[in-house]
Design a protein around this ligand. Structure first.
Ligand SMILES: Cc1ncc(COP(=O)(O)O)c(C=O)c1O
Length: 341
């Protein structure tokens, strides 16, 4: 399969915007090329290709810079992929439901039909259903691992089976990868040039406000994604925040450990409540919890200013609960205990 044959024809021929910083990338000199203001601290445009950030992230993930793309959050990665590979009003994409809502929103914005293939009752991908559902208009598959809101990871064997049975682009959204002790699909990147793994600094790295996400894929796919992204898609402040966070490996490990311990404490406390009928396994920083009556519990929690995510419309009577600090989790548990009384 040739990547160039999967790219939209207008993107293949697109002449991307060439920024002043594309033409000269040195750091020393008198810069009178970008109509910037000579005064101030944030007066210069940021590095359009976020090289320093990619370097550090690449060292952590053991990947070269030219296999990395930085997005304004991984939501931008999702959008750029639709715009690179799917012809509006013609091509289709596939996802496995229930899953993260932005695939649908991004598909709708780009006028792409998104086929939602249901996961099995145990939230697994049914490969036969997938194979029977795809046709030649399907250009893009999104699978989320570990999946939001179900919390379970997809094995690399399943991802491989999808890649081996489909001649298009496969994106594995690993927003929650750092919480998962299993394999990352990054391991398959060099075998499959049509595989894209997206990760984010919004979850385990604690930088949701900074809007930094990554795509990890073949150099060729990266080159097309770079053509499409806005030239300065990640601000200098956000690049700096991301670099600082990535350098603090010790702090990261400590916070990750705490969140994972708190997840087990939360699971134990929830399992003692009579209104809780099931807690699903989780490879993430949230728990999908089945209540007797999720809508009612959700409303009662909101009344007590405890905000969780009601997923009843997608998984019957389920609420998705993010693992907070010890104090926040206690507030939640106490509120739920009050409701039992
Ligand atoms: C599966 C998944 N992907 C992507 C995102 C968005 O990540 P970002 O903040 O990097 O845009 C989320 C956020 O909740 C998510 O759950």
């Amino acid at each position: 399969m040739k990547i160039s044959e999967l790219v939209r024809s207008n993107i293949k021929t697109l002449k991307p915007y060439s920024s002043a910083r594309d033409e000269f990338s040195g750091t020393e000199g008198v810069f009178l090329d970008a109509n910037e203001n000579p005064f101030g601290e944030l007066n210069r445009y940021p590095d359009p290709y976020q090289n320093k950030l990619k370097q550090i992230f690449g060292e952590i993930r053991e990947l070269p810079v030219n296999q990395l793309f930085v997005g304004n959050g991984s939501d931008e990665v999702i959008d750029v992929l639709f715009r690179t590979f799917c012809e509006p009003g013609k091509d289709k994409a596939v996802t496995f439901s229930p899953t993260y809502g932005m695939y649908q929103v991004s598909a709708d914005i780009n006028n792409i039909e998104l086929m939602n293939i249901p996961l099995t009752d145990s939230f697994e991908i049914d490969l036969d259903v997938f194979k029977n559902s795809i046709d030649s208009d399907v250009k893009l598959v999104f699978l989320c691992s570990p999946n939001n809101p179900t919390g379970n990871a997809v094995s690399n064997d399943t991802i491989r089976a999808i890649l081996d049975s489909f001649n298009g682009i496969v994106t594995v959204d690993e927003a929650y990868a750092d919480f998962n002790s299993g394999d990352s699909a990054i391991e398959l990147i060099n075998e499959y040039p049509n595989l894209i793994v997206s990760q984010t600094m919004s979850k385990a790295w604690g930088l949701a406000a900074a809007r930094v996400g990554f795509a990890i894929t073949s150099e060729e796919v990266i080159s097309y994604m770079n053509k499409i992204k806005p030239p300065y898609n990640v601000s200098a402040l956000n690049q700096k925040a991301a670099i600082e966070a990535l350098k603090d490996k010790e702090g990261f490990d400590q916070r990750l450990k705490t969140i994972l311990e708190e997840k087990e404490n939360l699971r134990a406390a929830l399992s003692n409540l009579t209104k809780v009928s099931k807690i699903y396994p989780s490879d993430t920083n949230f728990l999908l919890v089945e209540f007797e009556d999720a809508n009612r519990t959700y409303d009662e929690l909101v009344d007590r200013k405890v905000i969780v995510r009601n997923r009843n419309a997608y998984v019957k009577n389920c609420i998705r609960i993010t693992v907070g600090s010890q104090e926040e989790n206690e507030i939640l548990i106490n509120a739920l205990k009050e409701l039992e009384a």
